[in-house]
Design a protein around this ligand. Structure first.
Ligand code: PAF
Length: 299
């Protein structure tokens, strides 16, 4: 499919190779093997598309760290539950390809579902403890879907280094542990959350919000800020920090907490008092849209 031509702008990063779109997993794998044979360092940025500035920050970081940058665009069905938003997940392939070129991607890998999951596919990767709480508890099977597709994308793109956003804090922890436990030999780089000027964490799902919900979605970042203010003032008790966040979120009538927890930043185990880095992690429904956000509190 032809890509939309995009004018260069001041922030553009040059691709090093002619931009390519690959759809066939076997072609992707063969291309990656050639690149490796040529001694090139490969970075991959796995995404589900509908790219926003958070994704673009991953692409730019990848551009700075590798010879070849591969962006993957694949809305992975195995990480969605039966009542979740797979069918309506925002898709904008032409726009994504234009942004990918502008931010220095060399290859866009855009597979179709049937080529990624052959009929009868029945192998899944389970990361146990780290994948159990938080989004794992609320979205059963989600992290098995993520771990499996990320492994498949690593197999097909053969990266030396891969970039993920810290907004999906638990996902990043799960992927790091999987890579370590399975000796996958890929360096995992986590990149800071990119926020709108008013503080809302960028997310493809923000597109679902009505104007009023968009305003009320600030409940998440305000909740984090309230807990952080208490923490900075010396509060270390988890219940008190969570209460500060809860009170702030409650000010938005359209916001309903799915979970709000303080957990050890490495093991995601519950904490009563913050004595080492802890993550305040939340999922909040704003209307029908489920948003996540987090902040690490470091004593
Ligand atoms: O973070 C995402 O967009 C997805 O979970 C990922 C890592 C691309 C796997 O489908």
């Amino acid at each position: 499919m032809p890509t939309t031509p995009v004018a260069a702008d001041a922030g553009d990063l040059p691709s090093r190779l002619p931009f390519e779109i690959l759809r066939d997993p076997r072609a992707m794998r063969a291309r990656a093997e050639d690149l490796r044979r040529d001694g090139l360092r490969i970075a991959v940025v796995p995404t589900m598309g509908s790219l926003h500035d958070g994704h673009l920050s991953l692409l730019r970081a990848a551009r700075a760290r590798a010879d070849v940058v591969i962006l993957t665009l694949f809305v992975n069905p195995t990480q969605f539950g039966p009542s979740e938003d797979l069918a309506r997940y925002p898709r904008d392939e032409d726009g994504d390809l234009a942004k990918a070129r502008r931010c220095g991607a060399d290859i866009a890998f855009v597979p179709e579902v049937p080529t990624m999951y052959a009929a009868g596919a029945q192998t899944f990767i389970e990361v146990r403890e780290l994948a159990r709480p938080l989004c794992g508890e609320k979205r059963p099977g989600h992290f098995a879907g993520v771990a499996t597709v990320v492994t498949k994308l690593f197999n097909l793109t053969q990266p030396h280094v891969a970039f993920f956003g810290e907004k999906d804090f638990q996902q990043l922890a799960v992927i790091r542990r999987m890579v370590r436990d399975l000796d996958q030999g890929v360096e995992i780089v986590g990149m800071p959350i990119v926020r709108e000027p008013d503080g809302l964490a960028m997310s493809s799902r923000n597109a679902y919000l009505s104007p009023d919900e968009r305003t009320q979605a600030l409940a998440l970042s305000h909740g984090l800020a309230a807990a952080e203010a208490a923490f900075t003032a010396g509060e270390r008790d988890a219940a008190a920090l969570l209460a500060a966040a809860t009170a702030s979120i409650a000010a938005a009538p359209a916001a309903r907490i799915d979970y709000l927890e303080l957990r050890d930043a490495d093991e995601l185990t519950p904490v009563d008092r913050v004595t080492r880095p802890a993550v305040l992690a939340m999922a909040v429904f704003v209307g029908r849209t489920r948003l996540i956000d987090n902040r690490v509190l470091r004593p």
